[in-house]
Design a binder for this molecule. Structure first.
Ligand code: NAD
Ligand code: DAU
Length: 359
């Protein structure tokens, strides 16, 4: 076994932040990072340009659904751990086209588990105990909370409501079963909504920033009172590093920021920051807020109880929403070419399809 991490989906939002943070924070560990990514519309190697020639970084253009390729990568790199980010992740796309979610999130995770198992079983006994398969999942598997319900804990029953969350719940169950049935040393994390640099602008926060700067409507689904629990992406990455290093195999860990906000509160905050940092020629950004037709099956509220990871692994987020969101807006202001490049032809098609039907 080598001092190598096999990261799937490392060209996406959280995966690329994780890899960049790894090289910032863990330099002394001399770990090689192998990034396995199919480069779907959400994958972007521009995010990792600074690592292109780094001696400890490798990129493998591959689909996690390809069984032979996955096995070959395990054989070639002999990783000490897998950190599995690769997924289809946008709830609205899962409503329009659920098949891709079934394929990557369920079939892909299953394929990766099979390849990991084959590799792990052939390891020397001492290495078998050290190997880890860390599955990155979401709070959406728990369903939707009422206003007075306690936040999701690790024992909250799964009640997924969208094809996206159903596919993630299925993948979580497969991971759990590989620990209980075969003893594969798995770890699962269920995290709340992330925000920060390199967030694909189909999602609420980067979409609102990009639309505001383009003087386009800021589309709020329904009444805008749905609640999400926001966590700065680098805090999610530090939690994953902590679980990878110290998590108990077979366990799941909830990760969240204790930042429950309605969508309207988030968008007003963004408008306020933009009014100061990039004022419009006339008027304020709030004037662009537009209420549109709701998302079908729209979960009302998510909130995470993160006491287990705080108590058992000593993790805490470094950013509050106020500090994290300012950094995020500043990043998008400093990196407008990134957003412009990402919002290419296929993005425009998605935008027309999703928002056309909500007018
Ligand atoms: P993303 O959509 O930004 O990136 C997904 C990445 O996976 C892309 O690089 C894409 O090219 C790659 N990918 C997709 N299908 C693939 C396949 N078949 N084979 C190989 N690579 C493939 O996603 P994200 O927001 O960075 O989320 C990463 C993980 O974290 C996902 O598993 C998601 O469910 C989970 N998660 C996300 C959030 C959030 O707020 N974004 C919160 C909790 C958990
Ligand atoms: O909770 C974790 C999940 O968070 C992750 O597992 C998902 O991968 C990630 O996409 C995110 O899911 P959400 O559905 O919560 O995120 P999204 O950014 O799509 O939407 C956030 C909220 O904003 C939600 O209530 C819908 C609303 N919304 C979204 C968009 C894109 C709008 O009001 N208008 C919009 O245009």
């Amino acid at each position: 076994m080598q001092n190598t991490l096999l990261i799937t989906g490392g060209a996406g939002f959280i995966g690329s932040n994780f890899i960049l943070e790894w090289f910032n924070k863990e330099l002394e560990s001399a770990t090689t990072i192998v990034n396995v990514d199919a480069l779907t519309y959400a994958g972007n190697l521009m995010n990792l340009l600074e690592l292109a020639h780094h001696p400890l970084y490798r990129f493998e253009h591959a689909d996690i659904c390809e069984a032979e390729k996955m096995s070959a990568l395990f054989e070639q790199y002999q990783p000490r751990a897998v950190v599995h980010f690769a997924a289809e992740t946008h709830v609205d796309r899962s409503i329009v086209g659920p098949e891709a979610f079934l394929r990557t999130n369920v079939q892909g995770t299953f394929t990766l588990l099979q390849a990991a198992m084959k590799y792990w079983k052939a390891l020397p006994a001492a290495d078998r105990g050290l190997f880890r398969f860390l599955h990155v999942s979401t709070d959406e598997v728990y369903g939707s909370l009422g206003p007075e319900d306690p936040p999701f804990s690790e024992t909250t029953p799964f009640q997924p409501n969208s094809p996206y969350s159903a596919s993630k719940a299925a993948s979580d169950h497969f991971v759990r079963s590989y620990y209980h049935t075969y003893g594969l040393p798995t770890l699962t994390t269920n995290c709340s909504n992330n925000y920060g640099p390199y967030h694909f602008p189909e999602k609420l926060i980067p979409l609102m920033i990009a639309n505001a700067l383009d003087e386009k409507p800021l589309p709020i689904y329904g009444d805008g009172k749905n609640v999400r629990d926001w966590l700065y992406v680098k805090d999610h990455c530090s939690a994953i590093r902590r679980v990878l290093a110290e998590g108990i195999v077979g366990e799941t860990y909830n990760i969240g920021g204790c930042n429950e906000l309605t969508n309207l509160q988030v968008v007003h905050t963004l408008c306020n920051i933009l009014n100061t940092l990039a004022p419009r020629k006339r008027g304020s950004y709030e004037e662009l807020i537009t209420f549109v037709k709701d998302r079908p099956g729209h979960d009302r509220r998510y909130a995470i109880n993160a006491t287990k990871i705080e108590r058992e692994l000593g993790w805490k987020p470094a950013e509050t929403f106020e500090t994290g969101i300012r950094k995020t807006v500043q990043w998008y202001l400093d990196n407008r070419t990134w957003t412009d490049k990402v919002r290419n032809g296929s993005y425009r098609q998605w935008e027309a399809l999703n928002y056309g039907q909500r007018a």
